[in-house]
Design a binder for this molecule. Sequence first.
Ligand code: PGA
Length: 248
Amino acid sequence: MARTPFIAGNWKMNTTKAEAVALATAIAAGTKGPAEVGIAPPFVYLDAVSAAVKGSAVKVGAQDVYFEKSGAFTGEISVAMLKDVGVSFVLTGHSERRHVLMEKPELVGKKAAAVLDAGLILVHCVGEKLEERDNGTTFAVCQAQLDELPATIADPAKLVIAYEPVWAIGTGRTATDAQAQEVHAYIRGALAKKYGKDFADAVRIQYGGSMKPDNAAGLLGQTDVDGGLIGGAALKAESFLGIVNAAK
Ligand code: PGA
């Protein structure tokens, strides 16, 4: 099954507005090749970044969302607001939201459902901590995080899973190609059990965790690795585009 690789940059809590616009502009100008490309700036720069990449193939994404439609939820942002500023994909369950901001599985699941209900692309992040890898519960942890997803999803093109081993995020330590492939294959099998094989075969599964231009080709060359979710290396156009161009 040929799946179009999806390379997305998660800028986290970085950049000024001017840096965000300059980075987005450089990425839009430098994006070529077969991969789909996305960038997720901080909320407050979404509008400006959407304007900067207008007319290019670069998709704009949000790092988070709240599941309610509107109302008295101080500080929160709805899917409708995200759509209004040109967002087409949204992350849920990122490890920093799970383990730093202490989001519970129930909340992550409600956010994921809200993104899908709105017709946006969901990038749902899963991944084990180091002690979970060491005690042999990697698959169980990923399974529980996949279980947060709705029981039915209409369109596999609207679902992307990002496998991000927590011990590899921002640490410079990357999963080996084989470690990534092993978990990606598990995830595809879990999706096949829940949604059927054809659906699972169509879902893109990104790897995330210290992906860089020099390790991207090996990871992206694995059968079940269909792209990357990039943190640190997404903050410079040169390194991000190096990864984009490694995707075949
Ligand atoms: P990293 O972050 O590339 O800096 O490890 C990846 C992520 O958190 O999505």
